[in-house]
Design a protein around this ligand. Structure first.
Ligand code: AFP
Length: 312
């Protein structure tokens, strides 16, 4: 028997979940519009051209790279929501003013890991939500964050500061609740190490040796969203894209990638650091600000900070 909104009676859908928790109506609208946007994004991933922006298909139509297309889909839904003031997208090099009366501003990476689609690996959308008109703010000003993971299943994980909750898309493309209040163990047995090993500093090298000696197993897909999702949903372990000899700031972007994930992981009882300080306390220096990251089980993150402090 199908319950309301296409769900069976015991499957709670995203909108009902948000309403039952008495979330702000405009915030609920933003989150639900992002969920709607993901239906179009996943359709494009599964059926769209894999061409690159600027080329044309056999009909002479200009092809859009999937990340550019995903950005347009998200922009359209955010404008339609009527409650978004400004947007900072990883695909656009300036802040977009949408609605001066909007209550929220958002930062997003519309399709992180897009270069993995043509080898059929999982990719994702990452979103941070601020109250007000300043999307280029420190992560400690975030009021909500979410990601959508386009993998074998399409899942949505969000937090508004009251725990982390996971949903899965059903056959009707509705998100139904999988689990509430995801929690992370203080230490783990998975590690996800980005960056070239021969560029690791002594401190990072010693940290990896420590993890291996305690029995941690390497799990790395090259996609930030699936790699973080594995650590979060398994409830243990650590992802890192550290400072490198040839890239002291690492690779990942503070605003669009690190802050939203740090918000979620901290809400699940984990930690996120650049090796020296809490990610969410870092003041952005610009829209392309990059930082190293150690994120996941809090004892593992603390250990990374010790190795970095002692050995660099
Ligand atoms: P793309 O978005 O260019 O595919 O990069 C993905 C990413 O930003 C992030 O999703 C991964 O964690 C990281 O890069 C992987 O980087 P390496 O390819 O250097 O391991």
């Amino acid at each position: 028997m199908i319950g309301e909104a296409g769900t069976t009676p015991f499957q709670k859908d995203l909108r009902r979940h948000l309403r039952e928790r008495d979330e702000d109506r405009d915030l609920t609208r933003v989150i639900c519009e992002l969920a709607t946007a993901s239906r179009y994004v996943i359709h494009s991933i599964r059926t769209g051209e894999l061409g690159v922006a600027g080329t044309s298909n056999l009909y002479g139509e200009t092809q859009l790279a999937l990340d550019v297309l995903s950005d347009r889909i998200l922009q359209k839904r955010m404008k339609y929501s009527g409650v978004v003031a400004k947007i900072a997208s990883e695909e656009i090099d300036e802040v977009i003013c949408v609605n001066p009366d909007g209550k929220y501003s958002i930062v997003y990476d519309p399709l992180d890991g897009s270069s993995l689609v043509d080898v059929n690996l999982a990719v994702g959308t990452i979103v941070g939500i601020y109250e007000g008109q300043e999307p280029l703010s420190a992560g400690n000003k975030l009021v909500a964050a979410l990601y959508i993971l386009y993998g074998p299943r399409c899942t949505l994980v969000y937090s508004t500061g009251n725990g982390v909750h996971e949903f899965a898309m059903n056959a009707l493309m509705e998100y139904t609740l999988v689990q509430e209040n995801v929690q992370m163990a203080p230490s783990g047995t998975i590690y996800s190490p980005g960056g070239q090993r021969n560029q690791y500093t002594p401190g990072v090298e010693k940290f990896v040796s420590y993890l291996e000696e305690k029995g941690s197993k390497l799990r790395y897909s090259g996609g930030f969203v699936p790699d973080i999702n594995q650590v979060l949903i398994k409830g243990q372990g650590l992802f890192m894209y550290p400072h490198l000899k040839n890239a002291p700031r690492g690779k990942l972007r503070l605003l669009y990638e690190l802050n939203p994930m740090a918000f979620l992981i901290e809400q699940a009882g984990g930690a996120a650091s650049n090796g020296r300080q809490r990610i969410l306390d870092i003041e952005p220096e610009g829209i392309d600000h990059r930082e190293p990251i150690f994120i996941g089980s809090k004892e593992d993150v603390a250990r990374a900070e010790k190795f970095v402090a002692e050995f660099g």
